[in-house]
Design a protein around this ligand. Structure first.
Ligand code: BGC
Length: 397
């Protein structure tokens, strides 16, 4: 009886083992590892051009659409170099427009707050709308109280640029050129300007600025895209998390002109050296925040000690897991938290842009440098070259 039981148990066990082995054998062999796509298989970056609109003087304006091999897309016009759309993947791979913009070309011509545009000849404010260079005083148009903002009444954001698209193995882009005439908006010297937009297959959008002059002048070029990494029209950006690689900032007076001091960010709302939510910094009781109605300040980047392209800021949006990094060769960055947006614009999404609907990180020299002898110089002389580069790179975390 005992033996009988043992042998039937043994037979049963043998059957189970045999069945398991058979099932195992009938499993398909594991798939060999997938080879990386060949250059032919990889989807190709493209650039195309379409009509965007016509200015009141009859000048036709174009819109360039750049798409990289990952499907990231940038649309930019030769009117002011305006970026009208920037489609970037989120943590699930879904691509959404993350830049603020308007519905039609005519809306852009009606003087919006510099959405997506190239800013020049002088980015940000010049106090009392004048500056002295080599003993001569130059008077500029006042377009921000008694001051000049973003190049005057008709800055580089409102002119038509020559545009030349290009395609490379791993990038597409447009070279924008514009000659700003001697005396234009009060600035001396014919300024030959070139701004190259490049979209790479590494999800980077870069801006290369170059200028030369035939008379001493001042130059400070930047890009004024507003971002909402949760997607355009998707509420405010107060939940975005910012890290800014700056130990100091330049405090301002109530008209947002720098006082001339360079102050430590320690124990101020401007200390973004460790990741912090924007909402924790714009609703605080602080005179500087009051002056800006939020953050509207120039950060003195740590890179002052490191030449070349270095990391200025990292912004992440927790719900979509999008991350944007800013690298620049510039010594400063104006962080503007969309404080003056007031629901009045024809937003492309149809949802109004209220306060803090977007943020801008404008890499540049410091505001009002032509009147501030202690700030890095923005003077450009004949025979010299103005060169500046900024890269916005997008990823997920
Ligand atoms: C300025 C703000 C201004 C905004 C839009 C920013 O660069 O610092 O004060 O309101 O541009 O014009």
């Amino acid at each position: 009886m005992k033996n009988e039981f043992s042998s039937s148990t043994f037979r049963w066990l043998a059957c189970v083992l045999l069945a398991t082995a058979l099932i195992g054998c009938s499993k398909p062999p594991p798939a060999p590892p997938k080879a990386p796509p060949t250059p032919q298989e990889k989807s190709k970056n493209t650039i195309s051009k379409a009509a965007f609109g016509t200015l009141p003087d009859g000048t036709a304006v174009d819109l360039f659409t750049m798409v990289n091999a990952n499907g990231m897309e940038v649309r930019a016009s030769n009117y002011g170099g305006i970026i009208t759309a920037l489609l970037v993947p989120d943590g699930t791979g879904k691509t959404t427009d993350v830049t603020l913009g308007l519905k039609t070309f005519d809306d852009y011509v009606k003087n919006p707050p510099y959405f997506g545009a190239i800013i020049g000849r002088y980015g940000n404010r010049i106090g009392k709308a004048q500056f002295k260079l080599d003993g001569q005083t130059y008077k500029l148009p006042k377009n921000d109280g008694p001051n000049t903002l973003h190049g005057g009444l008709k800055g580089f954001d409102k002119v038509v640029w020559q545009a030349e698209p290009f395609e490379k193995e791993d990038a597409v882009g447009v070279i924008f050129t514009y000659t700003s005439k001697d005396g234009e908006e009060g600035f001396p010297g014919n300024l030959q300007t070139r701004v190259t937009y490049t979209l790479t297959d590494q999800n980077e959008l870069s801006f290369d600025y170059h200028a030369t002059t035939d008379k001493p002048t001042v130059v400070n070029l930047t890009q004024h895209a507003y971002f909402n990494l949760a997607g355009d029209g998707n509420g405010d950006v107060l939940g975005h998390e910012f890290t800014i690689f700056a130990n100091e900032y330049t405090p301002v007076n109530k008209l947002l002109i720098p006082t001339g001091k360079i102050e430590s960010v320690t124990d101020t709302p401007f200390d973004f050296r460790n990741r912090v939510k924007l909402g924790d910094r714009v609703n605080v009781d602080n005179e500087q925040i009051k002056f800006g109605k939020g953050i509207d300040h120039n950060f003195v980047l740590k890179k002052r000690q490191q030449p070349g392209l270095t990391l200025a800021a990292r912004v992440s949006e927790p719900t979509t897991r999008r991350v944007m990094e800013v690298h620049t060769t510039e010594p400063g960055m104006q962080f503007y938290s969309g404080n003056f947006l007031d629901d009045s614009l024809a937003a492309k999404s149809g949802k109004p842009y209220g306060k803090h609907s977007g943020f801008a990180l404008e890499t540049q020299h410091f505001p009002d440098s032509p009147n501030q002898p202690t700030f890095p110089s923005t003077v450009l002389r004949p025979g010299e070259e103005y060169n500046s580069k900024t890269v916005y790179s997008f990823s997920v975390r």
